[in-house]
Ligand binder design. Structure first.
Ligand code: AMP
Length: 307
């Protein structure tokens, strides 16, 4: 099944307690496509980069079945740049700097060959751009998933509220769910957010796993307890790529299958954090993923005798 992935492609500068990298390749759409391409192809990418973005990075993704027709290259401009710093608790991070550069006036143009795609993954970037892609599609995808972040809640809330009315699944982390709903309790937050448009809500909780809400149903998935977390950057996007990649591969949008999608997303995110940037995602193959999914099964498998 064909999948459209929209999102930033970026240079990141990352500092963690274990190291520093001043210029690594990142961006939401980069992580999503590295992750999703393990499960489904073709992936039709929509993004924008400057003349400074390495061509080899685009070629590596193309070799994985990612189509770049919808990626604009603005030769004389600079790519989006983000820098962040993690402290000992790697569940929280500070954004040091966000330079929108090419993203600031990005007008996405949906290529004709992207029409009729069944799945749409709107990764993190301007809500107005996410909305523009939705509006350019002549047929509504089978499932539209949206990821966003606090930056857009602070700088473009009205646009975000509008795009929420057109999506099926919203993915945010726990602090963003609290910010968007104004509620501390995640259960209350979910109730409010599910009235804003999406029918499903996924709340990511870093090393504490993820929650899926739909009507009165809730599903909880753990994160794999890892001995070393090196760099959490992109874990959320990699999770999103695993989730939508699984849904597109199986072509099943039931709540039951979304539960499996969340496990696949969690497994993919557990690889992402093991090295800087996309390094680990570039190394892994099907057998690594199979093994990790098996570990997840064992992690949550228990039997209980009721008296
Ligand atoms: P994650 O750790 O999954 O939340 O995603 C980190 C990635 O998001 C980094 O590679 C950044 O380049 C990208 N990013 C950070 N801030 C923004 C933003 N405001 N819009 C789009 N992408 C962003």
């Amino acid at each position: 099944m064909s999948l459209i992935v929209v999102g930033s492609m970026a240079f990141d500068a990352i500092e963690t307690p274990f190291g520093k990298n001043n210029r690594t390749i990142g961006g939401a759409a980069t992580y999503i496509s590295w992750s999703a391409s393990n499960f489904t192809r073709p992936i039709k990418q929509i993004s924008v980069v400057g003349g400074d973005f390495p061509k080899e990075e685009l070629k590596m993704l193309e070799a994985r079945g990612v189509i770049m027709e919808g990626v604009q290259v603005k030769k004389d401009e600079k790519s989006f740049f983000w820098s962040g710093k993690y402290h000992m608790d790697m569940n929280t991070r500070d954004t040091i700097e966000t330079q929108l550069n090419v993203l600031a006036d990005f007008q996405p143009e949906l290529p004709e060959s992207y029409q009729n795609s069944e799945y749409l993954m709107l990764g993190n970037l301007l809500p107005a751009v996410q909305l523009s892609v939705i509006k350019q599609l002549r047929t509504r995808p089978k499932l539209t998933v949206l990821d966003t972040m606090n930056f857009w809640m602070e700088s473009a809330l009205p646009d975000l509220e509008e795009v929420l009315q057109h999506v099926d699944v919203l993915m945010v982390n726990d602090s963003e769910a609290r910010q968007l709903s104004g509620q501390y309790s995640l259960v209350k937050a979910a109730r409010i957010i599910l009235k804003m448009g999406p029918k499903y809500l996924i709340i990511k909780k870093g090393e504490h796993g993820a929650l899926l809400f739909h009507e009165e149903q809730v599903f909880v998935a753990p994160a794999l307890p890892l001995e070393d977390v090196f760099d959490p950057t992109g874990a959320g996007d990699t999770f999103a790529g695993g989730f939508i990649g699984h849904i597109a591969r199986t072509n099943d949008i039931s709540f039951e299958n979304m539960k499996s999608g969340i496990i696949v997303g969690s497994a993919m995110a557990s690889f992402c954090v093991e090295k800087f940037g996309t390094d680990r995602l570039k190394e892994i193959g099907h057998s690594d993923i199979e093994r990790r999914l098996q570990q997840f099964k064992e992690l949550v498998n228990f039997d209980i005798a009721l008296v």
